[in-house]
Design a protein around this ligand. Sequence first.
Ligand code: UGB
Length: 597
Amino acid sequence: DASLFGERERELVSDLCEAGQSHLFSSWPPTGEDSEHKKRLVGQLSRLDETTPGGLVEYVERAKALLKSSKDGENSLAGYTPEVPPGSVLNCRSDEFVGLERVGAAEAGRTAFVLVAGGLGERLGYSGIKLALPSESARGACFLQLYVEYILALQKKSGEDCDKLLSVPTFVIMTSDDTHEKTQALLEASGYFGMNASQVRLLKQDKVPCLADNEATLALSSSDKYSVQTKPHGHGDVHALLHRSGVVKRWAESGLKWVCFFQDTNALVFRAIPASLAISKQSEFSVNSLAVPRKAKEAIGAICKLVKAESSMTLNVEYNQLDPLLRSTVNPEGDVNDPSTGFSPYPGNINQLIFSVPDYHKQLESSKGHVPEFVNPKYKDSTKTSFKSPTRLECMMQDYPRTIPSTSKVGFTLLEVWVAYSPVKNSPAEALAKAEAGNPSHSATTGELDIYRANCNVLKHLGASVEDPAKTTFNGIYVQLHPRIVWSPSFACTTEEVSKKIDCKTLQVSQGSSLVLEGENITINGLSLNGSLVIRASNGARVTVKNLRVDNKGWEWRPLDSAEGAREEERMRGFTVIKHETRVIEFDSPGEYTVDA
Ligand code: UGB
């Protein structure tokens, strides 16, 4: 069949056969038959050869080595001793935190943001892309809208000349075949949520071939012998994609100083970013991992400094590797809490990372953005000779520190959970199982309710009288329902901004209330709220609310009795919002407006 293919394709076929992959072609019918299908398979292999790091033959060689280590039960961390790395532990209700937010918010104007959003979210089970899911039900912004709004607001408020950034891709989204088109469509339908389209760059990650056995035999599809099975390679692809696209070079040339990586469904992440940027700046960190206190055995990775002879590296150790590592080194009891704090001594990884752009740029020039891979086959039995289903090599974005010199400054910023972390990852059934086991449920329900909790905490800390939450149950999960207070990022991105716009000493909010603040120029000097109030100020309107009392029937977060008739987003949360009565204050033309008693 050689005549069907070009020279490069023939070479690839021959290289693959030499690398033990002749099964791909051995069942082909005689020349002249199935020619189109044969071309289809070789075409797919050629594409995979281009997109797979190092090409297909190198991928197979790496896979053989990793599969052998896995079968032999080798530990990739053998020889390392873990220590708690240097880092900053922040009290998010302190004056120090407010000061850090101020410093970091100024840095945000010289920061790029990278959202990894190639995951399908199988655990969540949502039919759409996760970025299109509403982050909460009071204001209703979906995750993508919320992220764009935060980036725009931070850039505008940073004091930097924003126009300079209009043509720089300061917001990169990594997509995959599973999410690309829907992400693009969501951006286009919304006019990029107000962002200049040239500031947004989508980079699509490719899948890698699956491996059928310990010899790294590429797995053909069970229903089509002319197609190789492929699976996602993991969020670690983001570094190679950023390098290949030239985006990092562009950032460096444009004078950007920082890049923040974040996941697709954590609405709280931007509350943690300003203070964490300040820590990166003060500590001159090349890499700063945002973290939260970790309970021993909790299913999140731990940030560790791993020391071996003269060298060391600071990075995330996944929780399943942590316990054996600790047992074989510093603590025979393994992954246990420090009795003096009740938490693991190692900070919990939330996979939000801040890198220094000049250091990152320099490093990618030599590493090309490749991060070490791993393999995680599900074996049929203890002989480890066959797999339940084909596996593939994977990589994680938080493994980037493995590729940098051990002299690099790598650390962490430890934040309180309520400020920084409440991702939406689990379906209602999985969330319930987690909650029953005493773990955070990380569901659409808690993702929403934790936004209200964070806002109420900030207002209370600033002196507002906000009633305690109601105790209730949604989707079987026991939760605390705080007053539903939300504001747009244009209204405030930091604690200090809230304090300048709301006179918290004269703010009273009852338990069942909802308050939505939408717009940059809103000031509240005296408000007693028992019901629901929406204030919107746009197009240059400046609104001051003075000594206002709002008393109405408000909005109700009503548990769903049955899933019947409910929207998917409601079923995932376990409630529906009934808007009984709303006071709306809205101005949308330039001017000063005062609304008082
Ligand atoms: N993602 C991609 O963009 N591409 C991919 O190929 C895969 C994922 P998951 P995971 O915060 O609790 C991470 O699946 O990988 C995106 C950390 O590794 O939600 O199980 C995807 O769209 C772990 O250390 O998470 O676990 C999403 O935005 C811990 O911090 C993001 O990558 C854990 O998150 C994460 O994907 C956690």
